[in-house]
Design a protein around this ligand. Structure first.
Ligand code: NAD
Length: 498
């Protein structure tokens, strides 16, 4: 019996999962072995599904949508399933957090906090299921009445990445289900366990068979087949901008499925001289180190007013040196392991590029050997100029680049000097500066004197090459609907043929 409490240890053998389709666990033929990035030992086995498995899951989702076993229910009944799911998640919180840690490498205390956020997503989704509504037009004259119905899009394909396997899933599933859609999920092959567990949880909560299905496997086979599938009405993809672009092509070449895209970011944090520098440095350290910087909204570019730049960087470097990097199963750990070998090499190569291109290393800059697993110390580069690779590319690791500015215009221009537009933050005690920057920086999520705050009531999504559409809250649930204009003649028709 595994212990999921603060005394949790590694499993003796990897746990084997099936895939979840049409309301049941199904046995995989070939399996993918996942090693814990924090410890290097095998922890899970998940199926390498076939395209036939995917087609069967899409067919199950189609049946569950068309016979109206889900979309035909009152919103209150769908809400009840989502609320029961929240209750089960509350009961199984530490267990889900445990598998998330073992597959992803994030710290256990952070993972538990993320499950709390997921519970809130289901509760907000339940509210959305009850509140979702259309519109009416009583302004078309006495002879005509207009209604705008919101209808579920249909079968949704959902593709998720490895950095927040359960959190990203739960920022979407409650809203997809609230709308009345059914879904086939393809999680990242390296972090599939918790997405699979949600299948049995939703089933226990009363979701009918076929409403939620999970098909595991590689992006190139199962992911690509899902994006191209002619019987999927909408695809919600969260991941890299390059795969996002291939989803657009696949949608155009198949059935013009509707797309929701949440992609990369190179997010600025602007620090004015009049801000509380201690607060801003704490926000910047958190913004780049949370989830080892493997976070689409990581604040990876700090843009600081030149008059306080040296003082600010000293405070920031001192704070970063105090961050506890270590074994993700220890509750005191703040920064855990890098999730994949490939990502570990990518981050280290960017640290080398930063040095080679002439930036000044102020903090961190090295891997940490803990006798197993892969760890990188939070890193700060100063004197970064816009042409450098560490200034432009999404590194997706704990590497922060510092830029200096003299005027508000210069700060805004540096912040917008990226192809991305996912998130941004500004730190100042001057309300005018805060509002000017908030209005002018192009990003879908914005924080003033804080960072990565918020809840599932607020929409998530990006400008520019960070994506299309919004997830979460009422904006999120509406993405999974389409509107139908209904025109009703009132009284006797005025005849065309006299
Ligand atoms: P990725 O794009 O490589 O993979 C994401 C998912 O797509 C995985 O499930 C993968 O198996 C699948 N996939 C890969 N190739 C595919 C293909 N050809 N067709 C269909 N699916 C395919 O991204 P990743 O490495 O898992 O995650 C890191 C990236 O995700 C970063 O760029 C990051 O910014 C982005 N991200 C964005 C958000 C957001 O909300 N904007 C959140 C998390 C991560």
């Amino acid at each position: 019996m595994l212990d999921f409490t603060d005394r949790a240890t590694l499993p003796d053998a990897p746990r084997e999962f099936g895939f979840w389709s049409d309301g049941y666990w199904r046995k995989g033929v070939a399996m993918f072995e996942r090693r814990s990035p924090g410890h290097g030992v095998p922890v899970t086995l998940t199926p390498r599904c076939t395209v036939d498995d995917l087609n069967a899951a899409v067919a199950a989702a189609r049946r569950a949508f068309e016979d109206r076993r889900w979309a035909g229910l009152p919103g209150a009944d769908r809400a009840a399933v989502l609320l029961r799911t929240a209750d089960i998640l509350r009961r199984r919180r530490d267990e889900i957090a445990y598998w998330e840690v073992l597959e992803n490498g994030k710290p256990i205390s952070q993972a538990r906090g993320e499950i709390d956020h997921c519970i809130a997503c289901f509760e907000v989704g339940a509210g959305a299921a009850r509140l979702l509504h259309g519109d009416s037009f009583n302004s078309l004259g006495d002879g005509l009445f207009g209604m705008v119905l919101r209808e579920p899009v249909g079968v949704v394909g959902l593709i998720t990445p490895w950095n927040f396997p359960f959190l990203i899933l739960c920022e979407r599933i409650p809203f997809i289900l609230a709308s009345g859609c059914t879904v086939v999920v393809k999680p990242s092959e390296v972090t599939s366990a918790t997405t699979l567990l949600l299948g049995e949880i939703l089933s226990e909560a009363g979701a009918p068979d076929g409403v939620y299905n999970v098909v595991t496997g590689s992006g190139r086979t199962i992911g690509q087949a899902l994006t191209e599938h002619p019987d999927v009405d909408m695809l919600s993809f969260t991941g890299s901008t390059s795969v996002g672009r291939s989803c657009v092509h696949a949608a155009a070449d198949s059935n013009f499925k509707k797309l929701g895209l949440e992609l990369g970011g190179k997010n600025p944090i602007i620090v004015f001289a009049d801000s509380d520098l201690e607060d801003a440095a704490d926000g910047a350290a958190f913004g780049i180190s949370f989830n080892t910087g493997q976070c689409c909204v990581s604040s990876s570019r700090v843009i600081v007013e030149r008059s306080v730049a040296r003082e600010f960087e000293e405070i920031l470097a001192a704070k970063m040196a105090k961050i506890i990097v270590g074994d993700p199963l220890q509750t005191k750990t703040q920064v855990g392991a890098i999730t994949t070998d490939a990502q570990n090499s990518t981050i280290l190569s960017y640290i080398d590029k930063g040095k080679a291109e002439g930036a000044t290393l102020v903090a961190g800059g090295q891997a940490l050997d803990l006798g197993g697993g892969q760890y990188i110390v939070p890193t700060l580069f100063s004197g970064v100029t816009p042409g450098m690779s560490i200034a432009r590319d999404e590194i997706f690791g704990p590497v922060l680049s510092s830029f200096h500015f003299d005027t508000v215009e210069e700060a805004i221009s540096l912040a917008n000097d990226t192809v991305y537009g996912l998130a941004a933050s500004v730190w100042t005690k001057n309300i005018d500066k805060a509002l000017v920057v908030t209005r002018r920086v192009r990003a879908g999520r914005f924080w003033v004197n804080t960072i990565m705050a918020g809840g599932p009531e607020m929409p998530l999504g990006g400008f520019k090459q960070s994506g299309w559409g919004r997830e979460a809250g009422m904006y999120g649930v509406e993405e999974y609907t389409q509107v139908k204009s209904v025109h009703i003649e009132v009284g006797k028709r005025a005849h065309w043929i006299k």
